[in-house]
Design a protein around this ligand. Structure first.
Ligand SMILES: Nc1ncnc2c1ncn2[C@@H]1O[C@H](COP(=O)(O)OP(=O)(O)OP(=O)(O)O)[C@@H](O)[C@H]1O
Length: 258
């Protein structure tokens, strides 16, 4: 039996901004159930790579396939419609709505047309929204306005909202940014559990090496637009080139110590 096709396959992507070569022939894959960290020093090309996968940027060369389908250059809405969810560095929730209503809105948005236009929003998909809040550890906060939630809980809420679209691939831009160390570990452990339980493929960028090496399955490392390592986190942590990039002359990222 042949191996199932990867959820995400990136092949030879390149991108320049004027004279700056931000990405140069980068290739990698993610399988279902895998938590993959995209790391590298500041300016290495992480955001550029992320934005090519989510459709915000078109690569100069190379391809992006999602579940075997070529999505290179498709706009973000089309890519989202193919089973790609995302969370943002700055959380995107409606502050005046409760946590529950935020997830209900996400469910409605994910299933445009399925719910009747006249249907009162507060009754729509209540049970489903509550289940998602339970899964992200937010069940007890369901009736609180998002504006009253602690920062870490807003990030969990955002995760519940991203899951409302039943993504196959989840893109997370620094999911633990701004959190205290303990909270960061809890958050990424939650993402890891959900990755396994749902057979999700997750690509995340992260500056905290504790988070990456403690919880990711695999890490890919960019330096000056090139992929310099791709492997299980323990192997990447020991990789001499990775150590040189982080400990050597290039500007390291925050907490950049593999
Ligand atoms: N819109 C742009 N115009 C010109 N140069 C850009 C643009 N966006 C990024 N760059 C350059 O491309 C390179 C890669 O940037 P990118 O933001 O992808 O890196 P990064 O790894 O995400 O960095 P950071 O960790 O600092 O966010 C850098 O040299 C950056 O200055």
């Amino acid at each position: 039996m042949s191996a199932p096709s990867p959820v995400l396959a990136v092949r030879g992507i390149a991108k320049s901004y004027g004279g700056v070569r931000a990405l140069d022939g980068v290739s990698f894959e993610i399988a279902a159930g895998e938590l993959l960290a995209l790391i590298g020093p500041n300016g290495a090309g992480k955001s550029t790579c992320f934005n090519i996968v989510n459709g915000q940027l078109r690569p100069d060369a190379g391809t992006v396939h999602i579940l075997g389908r070529d999505v290179t250059g498709l706009p973000p809405r089309r890519i989202a419609g193919l089973g790609v969810g995302r969370t943002f560095q700055v959380a995107a929730v409606f502050p005046s709505m409760t946590a529950l209503e935020n997830v209900q809105m996400a469910l409605i948005a994910a299933r445009r047309g399925v719910f009747g236009f006249w249907h009162p929003a507060r009754r729509i998909a209540r049970e489903e929204a509550l289940a998602l809040l339970e899964q992200t550890g937010m069940g007890a906060q369901a009736e609180r306005p998002a504006a009253a939630l602690a920062y870490g809980d807003v990030k969990r809420l955002e995760l519940a909202m991203a899951l409302a679209g039943e993504p196959k691939l989840l893109l997370m831009d620094e999911p633990t940014a701004g959190m205290a160390a303990g909270e960061r570990r809890e958050m990424i452990a939650l993402v890891r559990r959900l990755t396994r339980a749902r057979g999700l493929a997750v690509l995340f960028t992260e500056h905290s090496m504790d988070v990456v090496f403690g919880h990711a399955d695999r890490a890919i490392v960019l330096a000056r637009g090139r992929l310099i390592a791709d492997g299980p986190v323990d192997a990447v942590r020991r990789d001499p080139l990775v150590r040189e990039v982080y400990l050597g002359g290039t500007r390291p990222g925050r907490e950049a110590r593999p």
